[in-house]
Design a protein around this ligand. Structure first.
Ligand SMILES: Cc1cc2nc3c(=O)[nH]c(=O)nc-3n(C[C@H](O)[C@H](O)[C@H](O)COP(=O)(O)OP(=O)(O)OC[C@H]3O[C@@H](n4cnc5c(N)ncnc54)[C@H](O)[C@@H]3O)c2cc1C
Length: 529
């Protein structure tokens, strides 16, 4: 136990309960937006349990947004995911090679490394404080704020009043129970043994493999630092104590390697859940990450969904607290995030039914059918090129209504590409968007149609400008200018058009250059101006 005699601040703009990977990412983002935030956690250290191992390009893009450099923590790029059945052979494959929006489509990583990097990142900001050894025990909210009661390690209680409180306190969230939210959904009846091994002399696998044997389904994958993960489903009657035993683990690993040729670093037995809250918000209290939704890990989207929550909520809280937007915009957090989190859980359940068929006939039929469907090119690409993965496109929320047929979808993710800035440096385009609302011009200076007054209103609400040109073009205007080196941006919208991009890289509005003033006025109206 730490000797924790710290006095907590009496007031703070945003109080974050839980400093796991999602809480730490929210803290780092709020740090960038200049919001005064306090994150508390009942423990001091990051959890060392074997948990998240895979991240997709969207997650990596959010980590970039939070300020993590590409090499902040080690990763292995995964070129493909294979699904194998002992009876019908390889019946499924996902092509995860290449990159999307500036990041590899799939990587594996070591979760404690990511958490340490994110904590280090949030420590850069004087406006963000993190304190371990404080557990939330109660909260009361009224029209102007939230009073949180926190218990220190010596048992004494302190109170912190915040404008908004965010529950990032994981699957057993106290915040969730204090705001009376049900965790709807199901829990699986099977248990899984997760084994993370290290110190294997040479990497034995370079991809993710699901061995979908109904008798003992086993996902297997590499991780950085010479690590490897196996996940073994327990058979009926097997107990946690039996399977965590060293001799039993050696038997399980025997088809791949003798147990003395690697070190079992971490092991844990888990039961998986597919659960989601009815609402991610209650008044001034928000739920993010596992506190709001938990998914079986078959598509590696639990933490990824939590990172999407943090990115979506952070800028909205910042804009409200800094007086740049009406508090009504906060309602869009639940509208935008909950449907997508639910879709990801549904996909994970579908994948789970392939990974763990109930018996041999069902395995034969299901895996055989999947194998046959791959003969139809459309269905093959649906699975192989990950088109089955729900797109992060919102149906309702903080953006202008979708217009069918537009290349750039309102309420969808703005693309990211490789660009050269005016000082000659080459990097990713999100870094040029920065932490602002941005009026982007595709092959055109977005400022030329704007009068002084509208520019003042826009900039007062955190608005900036960015002109995207072709590789080799230059601009002499004062508007920030980037060259689109791999044509990842200019190809996504008509030349001469504009887009309003939110700080979380969602398209808020778009239209022709002649309507620049209208685009800004309508975007400001969405913010409540
Ligand atoms: C076996 C397994 C494999 C997985 N694989 C993947 C994967 O490949 N990809 C992926 O994206 N996700 C994966 N996940 C999911 C991922 O690990 C979680 O979604 C993620 O860790 C959740 O982060 P979080 O910050 O929301 O919660 P947590 O990491 O649980 O953090 C919550 C924090 O809140 C603190 N806390 C709790 N209660 C209180 C309180 N009352 N007061 C103060 N502090 C409190 C806790 O101490 C903790 O530090 C996997 C999970 C498992 C179990």
């Amino acid at each position: 136990m730490h000797n924790n005699k710290t006095t907590l601040p009496a007031t703070v703009d945003i109080l974050i309960i839980g400093y796991g990977p999602v809480g730490a990412t929210l803290a780092a983002l709020l740090g960038r937006y200049g919001v005064q935030a306090l994150a508390v956690d009942k423990v001091h250290e990051v959890l060392l349990m074997p948990r998240a191992i895979a991240l997709d390009n969207e997650a990596l893009r959010i980590l970039q947004q939070a300020g993590l450099a590409e090499d902040a923590f080690d990763k292995i790029v995964i070129p493909e995911v294979r699904m194998h059945c002992p009876m019908v052979g390889q019946f499924g494959r996902a092509n995860t090679s290449g990159s999307l929006d500036g990041h590899p489509k799939l990587v594996t990583f070591y979760q404690p490394d990511l958490e340490h990097s994110m904590r280090a990142q949030s420590r850069h900001f004087a406006n963000v404080q993190h304190l371990g050894g404080f557990e939330l025990v109660d909260l009361i909210q009224d029209d102007t704020g939230v009073l949180a009661v926190l218990r220190g390690e010596d048992g004494s209680q302190q109170q912190v009043r915040s404008q908004y409180l965010v529950g990032a306190d994981g699957a057993s969230s106290k915040v969730r129970s204090l705001i009376g939210q049900d965790f709807q959904g199901t829990s699986y009846s099977e248990d899984w043994l997760i084994i993370d091994a290290a110190e294997r002399e040479e990497q034995a696998i370079d991809h993710v493999e699901f061995i979908c044997d109904h008798r003992r389904p086993t996902p297997h994958m590499p991780a950085p630092g010479g690590r490897e993960r196996w996940e073994f489903m327990l058979r009926a009657g097997e107990t946690r104590e039996q399977v965590e035993n060293d001799a039993h683990i050696a038997t399980l690993l025997q088809p791949w390697i003798a147990a003395d040729q690697l070190k079992v670093e971490r092991k844990a037995v888990y039961r998986f859940h597919a659960r989601c809250c009815e609402r991610f918000q209650s008044g001034r209290v928000f739920l993010i990450g596992d506190a709001a939704h938990i998914t079986p890990p078959f598509v590696g989207q639990g933490l990824v969904a939590g990172l999407r929550d943090a990115a979506n909520l952070a800028w909205k809280l910042a804009w409200v607290v800094n007086g740049r937007a009406n508090s009504k915009i906060l309602d869009s957090y639940d509208q935008e995030r909950r449907p997508h989190a639910r879709e990801m859980i549904a996909l994970a359940k579908l994948m789970g039914s392939m990974v763990m068929p109930k018996n041999a006939p069902l395995a034969f039929l299901g895996h055989g059918l999947m194998r046959s469907l791959r003969l139809i090119p459309y269905l093959r690409s649906l699975f192989e090129e990950l088109e089955i993965k729900p797109k992060n496109n919102f149906k309702r929320g903080l953006f202008m209504p979708v217009v069918r047929g537009r290349r750039l979808r309102r309420g969808g993710l703005f693309p990211q590409g490789l660009v050269r800035t005016q000082n000659g440096s080459i990097g990713l385009s999100d870094d040029s968007l920065g932490d602002h609302l941005t009026l982007v011009g595709f092959g055109i200076d977005p400022c030329t149609q704007l009068d002084e007054e509208i520019r003042r209103c826009w900039e007062g609400c955190g608005g900036r400008y960015l002109h995207i040109g072709l590789q080799g073009q230059k601009s002499r205007a004062t508007t920030p200018f980037i060259e689109d080196l791999n044509y990842a941006l200019l190809g996504k919208a008509p030349a001469g058009s504009l887009a309003v991009v939110r700080p979380d890289r969602i398209v808020m509005h778009e239209g022709p250059h002649a309507q620049a003033g209208k685009l800004i006025r309508e975007s400001l109206a969405l913010l409540g101006y």
